[in-house]
Design a protein around this ligand. Structure first.
Ligand SMILES: NC(=O)c1ccc[n+]([C@@H]2O[C@H](COP(=O)([O-])OP(=O)(O)OC[C@H]3O[C@@H](n4cnc5c(N)ncnc54)[C@H](OP(=O)(O)O)[C@@H]3O)[C@@H](O)[C@H]2O)c1
Length: 304
């Protein structure tokens, strides 16, 4: 089995490359431009499955730059789906908890209705819809300019949509210039006053765990469809920061604030924890976010 990984030098992509080892065909941004269908056609060789981790992931910048967010997250997803169809490859799109509005106040399940409240979330939801509707079994006599033709063909679908949340991993997110855990530790080491929001809840997720689970899902040939893949449980960003300092054993100057005080461009869902309902139904279980965090701190050789 061969697996192409788009966004291979990104935070999640690099862990996927590690877990798949010699089965991985890593594709960095130099080797594939998802905005360009011909680049996708050229770069995507005949593999079994393509994992699309490419993303325009900066949530606030997406408000200023919606065209680019949609080009990468939505049109990119369309191009990858169409290129996959031509070579009969399975297609996996990495999505986000930000497709939800956060009003549910309990963990979202795979079949809950998305209702994004910012541009990034909307562009990712558009990417989900295009992936879902265009990833078809069988050869596709399509006109790339008119993907609706493909949509109208009632062929069986062959896609996975993986929604994850609040990712942190060894590499740090390229699109954000790092990850929350590393930023917290850096600030604490610099003896800075650290203010973190306590009114936004999510499921922090270690990319190494998400990558291992994705490999498991593919190897076990789970049925196509949408899956939530996050570390178990949820917390506020403030609680997450508190745990980082507790495990790291550092006396940080941490205080809670409300998200409104940050004056950020994009609204965030107040509660976007995800329940891995479908994984659990197949007997697959992610570890808790606390255990994953401990492991990450060890892997990064922060003392705990
Ligand atoms: N980070 C999170 O908290 C989070 C949470 C939930 C879901 N997700 C989703 O998870 C996926 C991976 O996120 P991540 O944290 O690993 O982000 P990342 O480190 O920024 O990785 C994204 C990768 O995509 C590549 N890329 C960007 N634009 C591209 C394009 N037009 N064509 C081809 N490649 C392109 C980037 O390459 P260059 O940097 O070289 O341009 C980078 O390697 C994204 O789809 C994101 O929406 C992320």
């Amino acid at each position: 089995m061969e697996v192409a990984i788009i966004g291979a030098n990104g935070q999640l992509g690099s862990d996927l490359v590690n877990v798949f080892g010699e089965k991985a065909l890593p594709l960095s941004h130099d080797e594939i431009e998802v905005k360009d269908i011909n680049s996708c056609r050229r770069a995507l060789e005949d593999v079994d499955i393509v994992i699309n981790c490419a993303g325009y992931i900066n949530v606030d910048e997406s408000e200023d730059n919606p065209e680019e967010a949609f080009m990468v997250n939505a049109i990119g997803a369309k191009n990858v789906a169409l290129a996959c169809n031509e070579k009969q490859m399975k297609n996996m799109y990495i999505s986000t908890d930000f497709v939800f509005d956060g009003e549910k106040k309990e963990p979202y399940q795979e079949d809950d209705n998305p209702n994004p409240i910012n541009t990034y979330g909307l562009s990712k939801y558009a990417g989900e819809i295009l992936t879902r509707n265009l990833s078809l079994c069988g050869a596709l006599p399509h006109d790339p300019a008119s993907p609706v033709m493909a949509y109208k063909k009632a062929l069986p679908k062959k896609y996975y949509i993986i929604r994850s949340s609040s990712l942190y991993g060894k590499k740090g997110a390229r699109g954000k210039g790092g990850n929350f855990v590393d930023w917290m530790i850096e600030k604490a080491n610099n003896n800075e006053v650290i203010k973190v929001v306590d009114d936004v809840e999510m499921s922090p997720t270690y990319t190494k765990d998400a990558a291992k689970m994705i490999k498991d899902m593919i190897e076990k040939e789970l049925p196509f469809g949408i899956y939530h893949v996050t570390n178990r449980g949820h917390c506020s960003w403030f609680t997450f920061a508190k745990k980082i300092f507790e495990f790291f054993d550092i006396d940080a100057k941490l205080s809670p604030i409300k998200s409104d005080e940050l004056n950020r461009k994009a609204r965030r869902p107040k509660f976007s924890a995800l329940e891995n309902t479908k994984l659990n139904s197949f007997g697959l279980r992610m570890r808790s976010w606390e255990d994953a965090l401990k492991d990450y701190l060890k892997e990064k050789q922060y003392s705990i």
